[in-house]
Design a protein around this ligand. Structure first.
Ligand SMILES: [Zn+2]
Length: 283
Protein backbone atom coordinates (compact mmCIF):
# COMPACT_ATOMS: atom_id res chain seq x y z
CA UNK A 1 0.00 0.00 0.00
CA UNK A 2 2.99 2.33 -0.19
CA UNK A 3 1.46 4.39 -3.01
CA UNK A 4 -1.60 5.28 -0.99
CA UNK A 5 -2.06 8.07 1.48
CA UNK A 6 -5.02 9.06 3.56
CA UNK A 7 -6.60 12.40 4.20
CA UNK A 8 -9.55 13.75 6.10
CA UNK A 9 -12.21 16.21 5.14
CA UNK A 10 -11.06 19.72 5.96
CA UNK A 11 -13.90 22.06 6.73
CA UNK A 12 -13.47 25.55 5.31
CA UNK A 13 -13.16 28.34 7.93
CA UNK A 14 -16.16 30.14 6.36
CA UNK A 15 -18.32 27.07 6.98
CA UNK A 16 -17.15 26.97 10.59
CA UNK A 17 -17.99 30.66 10.96
CA UNK A 18 -21.52 30.14 9.60
CA UNK A 19 -22.05 27.14 11.85
CA UNK A 20 -20.80 28.91 14.95
CA UNK A 21 -22.89 32.05 14.28
CA UNK A 22 -25.98 29.90 13.87
CA UNK A 23 -25.36 27.58 16.82
CA UNK A 24 -24.56 30.44 19.19
CA UNK A 25 -27.79 32.20 18.18
CA UNK A 26 -26.24 35.32 16.60
CA UNK A 27 -28.41 35.48 13.47
CA UNK A 28 -30.70 38.27 14.66
CA UNK A 29 -28.06 40.47 16.29
CA UNK A 30 -26.22 43.46 14.80
CA UNK A 31 -23.14 42.99 16.94
CA UNK A 32 -22.09 39.51 18.03
CA UNK A 33 -21.75 38.65 21.71
CA UNK A 34 -18.46 36.82 22.39
CA UNK A 35 -19.91 35.46 25.65
CA UNK A 36 -22.45 33.42 23.64
CA UNK A 37 -19.66 31.75 21.63
CA UNK A 38 -17.69 31.01 24.81
CA UNK A 39 -20.74 29.45 26.41
CA UNK A 40 -21.55 27.37 23.33
CA UNK A 41 -17.96 26.09 23.21
CA UNK A 42 -17.78 25.45 26.97
CA UNK A 43 -14.97 27.98 27.52
CA UNK A 44 -14.49 30.23 30.53
CA UNK A 45 -13.29 33.83 30.25
CA UNK A 46 -11.14 35.75 32.69
CA UNK A 47 -9.84 39.29 32.51
CA UNK A 48 -6.84 40.37 34.60
CA UNK A 49 -3.69 42.48 34.53
CA UNK A 50 -1.27 40.34 32.50
CA UNK A 51 1.72 42.35 33.53
CA UNK A 52 1.11 41.67 37.22
CA UNK A 53 -0.43 38.23 37.21
CA UNK A 54 0.85 36.26 34.23
CA UNK A 55 3.53 33.73 35.23
CA UNK A 56 6.99 34.61 33.94
CA UNK A 57 7.26 31.48 31.79
CA UNK A 58 4.06 32.47 29.92
CA UNK A 59 5.47 35.95 29.33
CA UNK A 60 8.80 34.48 28.22
CA UNK A 61 7.24 32.69 25.23
CA UNK A 62 6.62 35.86 23.31
CA UNK A 63 9.90 37.76 23.43
CA UNK A 64 9.41 41.47 24.00
CA UNK A 65 5.91 42.38 22.74
CA UNK A 66 3.12 42.76 25.30
CA UNK A 67 0.98 39.64 25.90
CA UNK A 68 -2.70 40.57 25.54
CA UNK A 69 -4.77 37.39 25.29
CA UNK A 70 -4.36 33.66 25.79
CA UNK A 71 -6.17 30.37 25.46
CA UNK A 72 -5.35 27.28 27.46
CA UNK A 73 -6.99 24.20 25.93
CA UNK A 74 -6.40 22.06 29.04
CA UNK A 75 -8.14 24.59 31.30
CA UNK A 76 -10.74 25.50 28.65
CA UNK A 77 -9.91 29.08 29.49
CA UNK A 78 -9.66 32.30 27.48
CA UNK A 79 -8.03 35.22 29.29
CA UNK A 80 -7.58 38.83 28.22
CA UNK A 81 -5.49 41.66 29.58
CA UNK A 82 -7.67 44.06 31.56
CA UNK A 83 -5.73 47.01 30.13
CA UNK A 84 -7.33 46.64 26.68
CA UNK A 85 -10.16 48.81 25.40
CA UNK A 86 -13.53 47.20 24.65
CA UNK A 87 -13.40 46.68 20.85
CA UNK A 88 -9.91 45.18 21.12
CA UNK A 89 -10.92 42.93 23.99
CA UNK A 90 -13.91 41.60 22.06
CA UNK A 91 -11.71 41.03 19.03
CA UNK A 92 -9.05 39.27 21.14
CA UNK A 93 -11.61 36.85 22.59
CA UNK A 94 -12.79 36.04 19.04
CA UNK A 95 -9.14 35.61 17.98
CA UNK A 96 -8.59 33.02 20.75
CA UNK A 97 -11.79 31.26 19.68
CA UNK A 98 -10.17 31.10 16.22
CA UNK A 99 -7.19 29.19 17.67
CA UNK A 100 -9.66 26.89 19.43
CA UNK A 101 -11.81 26.15 16.38
CA UNK A 102 -9.44 26.11 13.41
CA UNK A 103 -8.52 22.47 12.72
CA UNK A 104 -4.94 23.19 11.71
CA UNK A 105 -4.13 24.94 15.01
CA UNK A 106 -2.43 22.78 17.59
CA UNK A 107 -4.56 22.19 20.65
CA UNK A 108 -2.44 23.55 23.47
CA UNK A 109 -1.62 26.99 24.85
CA UNK A 110 -1.49 30.21 22.86
CA UNK A 111 -0.24 33.44 24.37
CA UNK A 112 -0.89 36.20 21.86
CA UNK A 113 0.84 39.54 21.99
CA UNK A 114 0.22 42.98 20.53
CA UNK A 115 2.11 42.09 17.37
CA UNK A 116 0.32 38.78 16.79
CA UNK A 117 -3.07 40.39 17.34
CA UNK A 118 -2.34 43.29 15.00
CA UNK A 119 -3.55 43.20 11.43
CA UNK A 120 -0.01 43.62 10.18
CA UNK A 121 1.24 40.30 11.61
CA UNK A 122 3.22 38.03 9.30
CA UNK A 123 2.76 34.92 11.47
CA UNK A 124 0.46 32.47 9.69
CA UNK A 125 -1.39 31.08 12.73
CA UNK A 126 -1.91 34.55 14.18
CA UNK A 127 -3.18 35.86 10.85
CA UNK A 128 -5.57 32.90 10.46
CA UNK A 129 -6.95 33.38 13.98
CA UNK A 130 -7.51 37.11 13.29
CA UNK A 131 -9.18 36.42 9.95
CA UNK A 132 -11.49 33.99 11.71
CA UNK A 133 -12.18 36.60 14.42
CA UNK A 134 -13.02 39.23 11.77
CA UNK A 135 -15.36 36.78 9.99
CA UNK A 136 -17.21 36.20 13.27
CA UNK A 137 -17.26 39.87 14.24
CA UNK A 138 -18.62 40.96 10.86
CA UNK A 139 -20.91 37.94 10.56
CA UNK A 140 -19.52 36.36 7.42
CA UNK A 141 -20.94 37.98 4.30
CA UNK A 142 -23.40 40.24 6.10
CA UNK A 143 -21.08 43.20 6.60
CA UNK A 144 -19.81 42.85 3.01
CA UNK A 145 -23.34 43.12 1.57
CA UNK A 146 -23.99 46.20 3.66
CA UNK A 147 -20.63 47.83 2.88
CA UNK A 148 -21.12 47.36 -0.85
CA UNK A 149 -24.45 49.12 -0.85
CA UNK A 150 -22.87 52.30 0.58
CA UNK A 151 -20.14 54.74 -0.47
CA UNK A 152 -16.52 54.25 0.64
CA UNK A 153 -16.22 56.98 3.25
CA UNK A 154 -15.19 57.77 6.83
CA UNK A 155 -18.80 58.29 7.88
CA UNK A 156 -19.75 54.81 6.62
CA UNK A 157 -16.76 53.36 8.53
CA UNK A 158 -18.06 55.05 11.67
CA UNK A 159 -21.64 53.83 11.24
CA UNK A 160 -20.56 50.24 10.55
CA UNK A 161 -17.97 50.18 13.36
CA UNK A 162 -20.64 51.27 15.83
CA UNK A 163 -23.22 48.85 14.48
CA UNK A 164 -20.90 45.82 14.70
CA UNK A 165 -19.10 47.17 17.81
CA UNK A 166 -15.77 46.81 16.04
CA UNK A 167 -12.75 49.09 16.16
CA UNK A 168 -12.58 51.77 13.45
CA UNK A 169 -9.46 50.12 12.08
CA UNK A 170 -11.16 46.70 11.79
CA UNK A 171 -14.26 48.23 10.17
CA UNK A 172 -12.25 50.37 7.71
CA UNK A 173 -10.15 47.39 6.77
CA UNK A 174 -13.14 45.15 6.20
CA UNK A 175 -14.96 47.84 4.20
CA UNK A 176 -12.08 47.93 1.72
CA UNK A 177 -11.20 44.22 1.69
CA UNK A 178 -14.74 43.19 0.85
CA UNK A 179 -15.48 46.02 -1.59
CA UNK A 180 -16.30 45.44 -5.24
CA UNK A 181 -15.38 49.06 -6.06
CA UNK A 182 -11.75 50.15 -6.48
CA UNK A 183 -10.57 51.51 -3.12
CA UNK A 184 -7.58 51.41 -0.81
CA UNK A 185 -7.10 51.96 2.91
CA UNK A 186 -3.75 53.43 3.95
CA UNK A 187 -2.98 53.30 7.67
CA UNK A 188 -0.35 55.73 8.98
CA UNK A 189 1.56 55.61 12.25
CA UNK A 190 3.25 58.44 14.07
CA UNK A 191 6.87 58.16 13.09
CA UNK A 192 10.07 58.50 15.05
CA UNK A 193 10.06 62.21 15.59
CA UNK A 194 11.57 65.10 17.45
CA UNK A 195 8.05 66.32 18.22
CA UNK A 196 8.16 64.47 21.58
CA UNK A 197 10.50 67.10 22.91
CA UNK A 198 9.75 69.92 20.49
CA UNK A 199 6.03 70.48 20.87
CA UNK A 200 5.96 73.14 18.13
CA UNK A 201 6.93 70.58 15.50
CA UNK A 202 4.19 68.61 13.71
CA UNK A 203 4.82 64.85 14.08
CA UNK A 204 5.54 62.83 10.95
CA UNK A 205 3.00 60.13 10.11
CA UNK A 206 4.23 57.47 7.67
CA UNK A 207 2.60 54.43 6.08
CA UNK A 208 2.19 51.46 8.43
CA UNK A 209 0.34 49.26 5.96
CA UNK A 210 -2.11 49.36 3.04
CA UNK A 211 -5.10 47.21 2.13
CA UNK A 212 -6.65 47.39 -1.32
CA UNK A 213 -9.84 45.96 -2.80
CA UNK A 214 -9.36 43.36 -5.54
CA UNK A 215 -10.35 45.81 -8.26
CA UNK A 216 -8.01 48.53 -6.95
CA UNK A 217 -5.08 46.07 -7.02
CA UNK A 218 -5.87 45.02 -10.58
CA UNK A 219 -6.27 48.59 -11.86
CA UNK A 220 -3.66 50.52 -9.91
CA UNK A 221 -1.19 49.25 -7.30
CA UNK A 222 -0.91 47.31 -4.04
CA UNK A 223 1.16 49.69 -1.92
CA UNK A 224 1.89 53.35 -1.48
CA UNK A 225 4.64 55.08 0.44
CA UNK A 226 4.72 58.54 1.91
CA UNK A 227 3.70 60.77 4.77
CA UNK A 228 0.58 62.76 5.66
CA UNK A 229 0.75 66.50 4.84
CA UNK A 230 1.40 68.50 8.06
CA UNK A 231 -1.79 70.62 7.72
CA UNK A 232 -3.87 67.42 7.42
CA UNK A 233 -2.12 65.93 10.50
CA UNK A 234 -2.94 69.06 12.51
CA UNK A 235 -6.57 69.05 11.35
CA UNK A 236 -7.52 65.38 11.83
CA UNK A 237 -5.64 64.80 15.10
CA UNK A 238 -7.25 67.78 16.84
CA UNK A 239 -8.46 66.80 20.32
CA UNK A 240 -12.16 66.01 20.39
CA UNK A 241 -12.54 65.89 16.61
CA UNK A 242 -15.05 63.29 15.42
CA UNK A 243 -13.64 60.39 13.40
CA UNK A 244 -16.16 61.01 10.62
CA UNK A 245 -15.07 64.68 10.40
CA UNK A 246 -12.56 64.02 7.66
CA UNK A 247 -10.29 66.05 5.37
CA UNK A 248 -10.82 65.36 1.68
CA UNK A 249 -8.19 66.28 -0.88
CA UNK A 250 -7.07 65.29 -4.32
CA UNK A 251 -3.74 63.51 -4.66
CA UNK A 252 -1.66 62.53 -7.64
CA UNK A 253 0.16 59.19 -7.32
CA UNK A 254 2.90 58.28 -9.74
CA UNK A 255 3.39 54.63 -10.72
CA UNK A 256 6.86 53.23 -10.07
CA UNK A 257 6.49 51.10 -13.22
CA UNK A 258 5.66 53.61 -15.96
CA UNK A 259 5.84 56.94 -14.05
CA UNK A 260 2.26 57.68 -15.09
CA UNK A 261 0.41 59.82 -12.56
CA UNK A 262 -3.19 59.05 -11.59
CA UNK A 263 -5.54 61.35 -9.65
CA UNK A 264 -7.26 59.98 -6.56
CA UNK A 265 -9.61 61.32 -3.96
CA UNK A 266 -7.96 60.97 -0.54
CA UNK A 267 -10.14 61.11 2.57
CA UNK A 268 -8.12 61.44 5.80
CA UNK A 269 -9.52 60.75 9.27
CA UNK A 270 -8.14 59.71 12.63
CA UNK A 271 -9.02 57.81 15.81
CA UNK A 272 -6.05 59.45 17.66
CA UNK A 273 -3.82 56.34 17.45
CA UNK A 274 -3.83 56.08 13.67
CA UNK A 275 -4.41 58.31 10.71
CA UNK A 276 -6.40 56.55 8.01
CA UNK A 277 -6.76 57.45 4.35
CA UNK A 278 -9.35 56.08 1.95
CA UNK A 279 -8.17 56.33 -1.65
CA UNK A 280 -10.72 56.14 -4.45
CA UNK A 281 -10.39 57.03 -8.15
CA UNK A 282 -11.06 60.70 -8.72
CA UNK A 283 -14.31 61.72 -10.42
ZN1 LIG B 1 -3.08 34.28 18.55
Amino acid sequence: MSDFSSSYLEIEPRELVKHLLRQAGQGERDSVNPADFLEFLGLEHLSFDFNLELPDDAKATIGGAKPRALISFDDRLVATDSGMREPRRRFSVLHEIGHFILPSHEHKLYVCDDKGLSFATRLTLEREASEFAADLLFQGDRFALEANSQPVSASVVKVLAEKYRASFEAAARRLVEKNFKPCMLVVFKEGPTTADVNIDKTPTWSVRYCIASAMFKTRYFEKVFGTVAPDVVVAVTQTGRDIADSCVSEVSIRSSVDSKATQFQAEFFSNTWNIFCLLTPHG
